[in-house]
Design a protein around this ligand. Structure first.
Ligand SMILES: [Mg+2]
Length: 262
């Protein structure tokens, strides 16, 4: 089955009114917070996010499409901002993709990822090889190259399954710049294969895995939680089908995290 074409037309309403957003947070048993553009900008925790988390530290989980880092990176950053979050409450597309890869029990995995994610994959017991892979795992690989693209495209053409960390084309950076994301690499790869015959699975938002994992970590049902995100295509579109309410910050209405502080 081809599952990479996720952008089904979906009209999901996000909360963009400050009063309604504060009420939704007060009523929610759990709060899922996106990282890039919400909890942090360029991986620097934002003061408003830290204030929100400090007010109800046990209610929060980080839910991020990040595929470059393991959980400790985020818990360390938050701790330096004065907020303690258990690693189990940091739900990451990269880590979840590796867990999904292990579940598929491949013989050999071609992994396109950062060195630290390669290390995490080996620790999980995956056998990494760019030859004869029956599974290709694509995370944000800043060493992505023509040679890797050639190997991955041919592996997928030969029937290897493709597991992708997130569909995001870019993520925000400082000074009005963007950084290419995993979805940009997926686009390059999908251009080289026949999409209808490729077996593709995307793990990150808007797919349900990360949201459900976060709700399980906080022992709540999706309808008892609220998601705070800045991306209509991933945060809002992914939360809606689960009955998870979503507050959209930095959207057309101009709501900010600062507005959510009571
Ligand atoms: Mg974001």
């Amino acid at each position: 089955m081809n599952r990479h074409d996720f952008r089904a037309p979906l009209v999901a309403r996000a909360i963009e009114d400050a009063t309604e957003a504060r009420r939704a947070i007060a009523e929610a048993k759990a709060i899922l917070l996106d990282w890039d553009g919400c909890a942090a900008i360029a991986d620097r925790p934002q003061p408003a996010a830290l204030s929100l988390m400090a007010a109800r530290p046990d209610a929060f989980a980080i839910v991020s499409n990040n595929t470059s880092h393991v959980r400790g990176f985020f818990t360390d950053r938050l701790r330096s901002g004065g907020v303690l979050v258990e690693p189990e409450r940091v739900i990451l597309a990269g880590v979840e993709t590796l867990l999904r890869a292990r579940q598929l029990a491949p013989r050999r995995t071609m992994l396109l990822a950062s060195p630290r994610m390669e290390e995490a994959a080996r620790r999980m017991g995956l056998t990494l090889s760019s030859e004869d892979a029956d599974l290709v795992v694509l995370l944000r690989d800043t060493r992505f190259s023509y040679a890797k693209l050639t190997q991955a495209a041919n592996a997928v053409r030969r029937g290897a399954r493709l597991l992708v960390g997130n569909p995001d084309r870019t993520h925000p950076s400082t000074e009005d710049r963007v950084m290419p994301e995993t979805g940009a690499l997926m686009a390059a790869l999908m251009t080289c294969v026949e999409p209808s015959s490729a077996d593709v699975e995307v793990v990150g938002k808007p797919h349900p895995t990360l949201f459900l994992r976060a709700c399980a970590a906080l022992a709540v049902r999706p309808e008892e939680a609220v998601m705070i995100g800045d991306n209509p295509d991933t945060d809002v579109a992914g939360a809606a089908p689960l009955g998870l309410r979503c507050i959209l910050v930095q959207g057309p209405a101009g709501l900010t995290l600062q507005d959510l502080i009571v």
